[in-house]
Design a protein around this ligand. Structure first.
Ligand SMILES: Nc1ccn([C@@H]2O[C@H](COP(=O)(O)OP(=O)(O)OP(=O)(O)O)[C@@H](O)[C@H]2O)c(=O)n1
Ligand SMILES: C[C@](O)(CO)[C@H](O)COP(=O)(O)O
Length: 230
């Protein structure tokens, strides 16, 4: 609980890992003796603020996860199949949270290096502002490139941030936004974009550089090092 609010964490792990190109989906690859997904789940299991975990996985992994993984986590209340996009998978999670849920955290199952402090800060942000996301500075210069591969424009980097998860929201706000968004044609790449799309303000807090999304084989090598540190 955070103050008077029941807090649900939705961990989405129903992706195929196309960019990783591994034989098994990347969330089941072991780093430092534990799968990436287990490392992520452990953080939410041990966080003081989290009351329940909703785990979203591929339909074909449901039996394995329910029988071999879910029992290790007392806070997992539901393991459910995701959809063909991240947005669909998240929506399955939102529909599965407990009735008394007040705050929802949505986290990528492949961001295992999240800290307890970041979880707390995101929950606190959702409590205070209804919508809160973590972000870090961008180290490269960011440009918009036209279809002909010539530069259109260069952004002012002081106002550009790279956004992470967990993204945290008041339950009613995120439920209403997702309920409407699933019928939209737009492709949303994070949860905040959906909330922004419906005109709500989203508070940005300091993220964590180690909270990487393991996406490519190179990320996996970095993750091996991080696993021995965090
Ligand atoms: N249909 C989907 C797609 C993605 N995800 C989850 O969303 C997170 C971020 O997605 P990404 O890193 O893109 O994972 P994949 O979709 O597996 O990777 P790729 O895009 O390379 O196929 C991951 O934890 C992934 O499992 C999901 O639950 N359902
Ligand atoms: C939600 C996210 O992790 C925020 O940075 C990101 O947008 C997910 O993108 P992906 O292409 O689904 O990995």
């Amino acid at each position: 609980m955070y103050k008077d609010k029941f807090v649900s964490a939705i961990v989405v792990a129903a992706g195929k890992g196309t960019r990783m190109g591994s034989e098994i989906p990347k969330q089941y690859i072991s780093i430092g003796g534990k799968t990436i997904l287990d490392t992520t789940l452990y953080k939410f299991e041990k966080s003081n603020e989290i009351d329940e975990i909703i785990l979203i996985v591929n339909k074909e992994d449901l039996d394995y996860v329910r029988s071999e993984m879910a029992d290790d986590y007392k806070k997992i209340t539901c393991v459910k199949a995701g959809g063909s996009t991240r947005t669909e998978s998240v929506y399955e999670g939102i529909k599965a949270v407990s009735g008394d849920c007040g705050i929802v955290l949505i986290h990528d199952g492949v961001r295992p290096f999240i800290s307890y402090n970041l979880i707390l800060n995101c929950v606190e942000g959702a409590y205070n502002y209804k919508a809160c996301i973590p972000a870090v500075d961008v180290m490269d210069t960011v440009k918009e490139i036209a279809e002909d591969s010539f530069v259109n424009r260069t952004f002012d980097r002081t106002s550009i941030k790279a956004v992470q998860t967990p993204q945290a929201f008041e339950y009613e706000l995120i439920m209403n936004c997702y309920y409407n968004a699933v019928t939209e044609d737009a492709a949303f790449t994070d949860d905040s974009s959906i909330v922004e799309y419906y005109g709500y303000r989203v508070k940005v807090i300091e993220g964590l550089t180690r909270n990487i999304k393991i996406t490519t084989p190179q990320d996996l090598r970095i993750a091996e090092i991080f696993a021995s540190l965090y």
